[in-house]
Design a protein around this ligand. Structure first.
Ligand SMILES: Nc1nc2c(c(=O)[nH]1)N[C@H]1C(S)=C(S)[C@@H](COP(=O)(O)OP(=O)(O)OC[C@H]3O[C@@H](n4cnc5c(=O)[nH]c(N)nc54)[C@H](O)[C@@H]3O)O[C@H]1N2
Ligand SMILES: Nc1nc2c(c(=O)[nH]1)N[C@H]1C(S)=C(S)[C@@H](COP(=O)(O)OP(=O)(O)OC[C@H]3O[C@@H](n4cnc5c(=O)[nH]c(N)nc54)[C@H](O)[C@@H]3O)O[C@H]1N2
Ligand SMILES: [Mo]
Length: 680
């Protein structure tokens, strides 16, 4: 990203035309990052809460007073019988920078002996499923997708959540490639594809096993590739025999003829690339869904081709020195690990209790599942909460101490991508706005105040970045901090026509693609990919489904980044209002027409949305692009009132889209009464 600065202010940002993948353009959200940075609503001074929790009333204090108060509260807790593990850090994707997101903060909490956080809210089901099959988060090079002649967009909305891949797809399409979207809703990207297959949410493993079934049955399997580079081909073939197209059709809700069509296409067109993404793994069976999809390019030998194979994440190609970054050797005692997906439970019923919470790079009041529990936890008067933020988010409203953080325009960082193979450098372009400080600096100050004297707490941001890339791995050869700072990016030392597993070389224990996983067997899991149904699914939970019959999917909104940007006027205007897509077949009997205000609810909670009746969503599924801020939503709550804290089959991940709800029209009288109550 190139930033234009006038008189110390960022006045424009644009894509760097020299960057091989992003190629000179930014996504719609980030293209106004200068406005976000200089927004009049930016937090610019440390503050202390004066109102009730959640009310959002604060008074400014000095940095010294803020740091003193936090350190003294931490010291009291650490010395109490509950010990330091009663302190919980909570962070995720606000910045993907290594320095501001996973270094000085980790060192601080390790040395303190705070509870460890399992960062599961987004990707661990898929990461784990992929790791047990392919070995590490490595896949088809995004820069080679233009060479594919078949591209399956599987549980992903490329134009919204991964827009820089789109030029590659357009180029492939120009050369005649078929683009197929597999998604319960005809999202912006599916609408541009040659074909949309409206699969039932949570059923992808069955579809993948069905495609493999057809490949084995019809002679599309690459027996040579299977023999040389995979483990368990025979038992896997037997497993796939259990998934003939008729059964796959029953599970997925697709027509058996469409399954046959896709199976033949996938078996015969080369190069064949699959861009699967995290949408497929936000269900209980998400780990096995990814395992089943990850098996496909090994079955047909699609890995052999440049532009063939599959890509979930590229992050495993970057061999960073994590131990130097995070210093796990400093961990004091044997603290427990808390799964961030179960924050609601942790804040309301953990022993020892969570007595202090430090939130940075995240907005759990809006994004975490089972929001009723999360808000009850954040509202506890005996919980001491510190929030590091750019804006007064829903979470910030619950802070005891609210600290103003710098943005990427104001601090230094290096950024490991997960969709392509170039490492990036983030040079600061302006001075920090107001009294804002980088996360790294805030944790440095806290470490010093707590008397942590290890030299790593004095490392500068650039020293931390240099440590991260000095693992000595050949892909980093020649990539120095100086070069990164000068160019802004550096592609890993990989050939331009990189095909990661053309000749095997899978980073698994066996060195092969593990269709059968000995490790999973040892851990007591099914060693073969299998279809694990959602927890909330009509066939497996009929009683629940009789009360809450609709599957509720809440994927990223085009103009928001999770809940980031959901407070910027321009982004909010582009998204219009929190709405719900519902199929005419589901809307009709409920008396719902477009524009109606509906209540979407289940046993956990509910929210209000505006209905849009549309055939762009499959029957039995309702979709609400997310994540809106609670306080900008009707009733000051959002879709995460309904989502659950249940975990995935592998990786203990979040199951946001494994969620049954009922939808009903809110009557005009009810709406009227509520607005009168509000006025009075
Ligand atoms: N504009 C924008 N871009 C973003 C984000 C954002 O919030 N906004 N978030 C970023 C982050 S943190 C992430 S993790 C990624 C997420 O982006 P993706 O990995 O693309 O995943 P999702 O957006 O969760 O889901 C994508 C699609 O999966 C579909 N889907 C849901 N359930 C299923 C299923 O069971 N099977 C199939 N086949 N499809 C299903 C949804 O309908 C949706 O269209 O995007 C990143 N990019
Ligand atoms: N219903 C539903 N819920 C979801 C999802 C979904 O698809 N549906 N998606 C899930 C997914 S994939 C993810 S990844 C999570 C994401 O959830 P989060 O990681 O909480 O991401 P954001 O909501 O973007 O909030 C990040 C916050 O960090 C702040 N921030 C940004 N940069 C910095 C910085 O340098 N320093 C500090 N201190 N703060 C910074 C931003 O202002 C923002 O408020 O949400 C999950 N929640
Ligand atoms: Mo995510």
């Amino acid at each position: 990203m190139l930033v234009t600065v006038t008189d110390g202010r960022a006045v424009a940002v644009k894509g760097n035309p020299g960057h091989p993948f992003t190629n000179g353009f930014l996504c719609t959200k980030v293209s106004r990052y200068h406005e976000r940075t200089h927004s009049p609503e930016r937090l610019t001074r440390p503050m202390r809460r004066v109102g009730q929790k959640g009310e959002g009333r604060f008074e400014p204090i000095s940095w010294d007073a803020a740091i003193d108060e936090i350190a003294s509260r931490f010291r009291d807790i650490a010395e109490s019988p509950d010990g330091p593990e009663a302190i919980l850090p909570y962070s995720y994707g606000g910045t993907m920078g290594l320095v501001q997101g996973e270094s000085m903060d980790r060192r601080f909490f390790h040395r303190l002996g705070a509870s460890l956080l399992a960062r599961t809210i987004c990707a661990t089901a898929g990461t784990t499923g992929w790791a047990h099959t392919v070995g590490a988060s490595i896949g088809t090079d995004a820069e080679t997708f233009h060479r594919a002649r078949l591209i399956l967009l599987w549980g992903t909305n490329t134009l919204t959540s991964n827009v820089h891949l789109w030029p590659q797809i357009l180029e492939a399409r120009k050369a005649g490639a078929e683009i197929v979207s597999i998604d319960p809703y005809r999202n912006r990207t599916a609408a541009q594809a040659s074909r949309w297959l409206g699969v039932r949410p949570g059923s992808d493993a069955a579809l993948a096993l069905g495609l493999a079934h057809i490949a084995f049955r019809d002679g599309y399997a690459d027996r040579d590739y299977l023999g040389r580079y995979t483990v368990g081909a025979e038992v896997f073939e037997a497993r796939c025999a259990e998934y003939p197209p008729s059964r796959v059709a029953e599970i997925t809700g697709l027509a058996a003829g469409d399954v046959e069509w896709l199976g033949e296409l996938y078996g015969t067109v080369r190069p064949a690339a699959i861009r699967l993404n995290y949408g497929v793994q936000r269900h209980h069976g998400g780990g096995n869904a990814v395992r089943a999809i990850a098996a496909l390019p090994a079955v047909t030998g699609a890995w052999r081709d440049v532009g063939g194979g599959a890509l979930l994440s590229a992050s495993g190609r970057f061999p960073l020195d994590r131990a130097a970054l995070e210093r796990p050797d400093l961990i004091s005692g044997t603290p427990r690990t808390i799964n961030m997906t179960r924050l609601g439970e942790a804040l309301t019923s953990a022993t020892p209790p969570v007595r202090a919470l430090v939130v940075y790079n995240s907005n759990p009041a809006a994004v975490a599942p089972d929001q009723g529990k999360v808000l009850a936890g954040l509202g506890r008067d005996d919980l001491f909460t510190v929030v590091l933020e750019h804006f007064q988010t829903d979470t910030a409203d619950y802070a005891d101490i609210l600290l103003p953080a710098t943005t990427q325009l104001e601090h230094f960082d290096i950024v490991k991508p997960y969709g392509h193979y170039a490492l990036m450098c983030n040079n600061p372009s302006i001075d920090p706005v107001g009294e804002t400080r980088p996360n790294s600096e805030i944790f440095r100050l806290l470490a010093s105040k707590m008397g942590f004297t290890e030299p790593c707490f004095s490392d500068t941001d650039e020293q931390i970045a240099a440590q991260a890339i000095s693992s000595g791995h050949p892909v980093f050869e020649g990539i120095t901090l100086e070069r990164l700072k000068r160019d802004g990016w550096a592609r890993l030392n990989l050939p331009l026509d990189y095909a990661p597993f053309a000749e095997g070389g899978f980073p698994t224990p066996s060195g092969k693609c593990e269709l059968y996983s000995e490790r999973l067997a040892e851990m007591g899991f099914d060693p073969l990919p299998c279809f694990v149904p959602p927890i909330e699914w009509p066939a497996t939970a009929p009683e629940l489904a009789s009360r809450y019959p609709l599957q509720f999917v809440t994927p990223p909104a085009h103009s928001f980044l999770n809940s980031t940007f959901a407070n910027m006027d321009r982004s909010v205007r582009a998204e219009k209002r929190p709405f719900l897509l519902i199929h005419p077949v589901d809307a009709g009997p409920r008396g719902i027409s477009t524009g109606a205000i509906v209540a979407v609810y289940n046993g956990r909670g509910g929210c209000r949305l505006e209905a849009v009746v549309s055939e762009d969503v499959r029957e039995g599924v309702v979709v609400a692009p997310s994540v809106w801020w609670n306080k900008k939503s009707p009733g000051r709550v959002n879709v995460n009132q309904t989502t659950s804290q249940a975990l995935t089959d592998l990786g203990d991940g979040a199951t946001f889209y494994d969620n049954l709800v009922e939808v009903e029209v809110v009557s005009a009288t009810e709406l009227m009464q509520e607005s009168e109550e509000l006025v009075s």
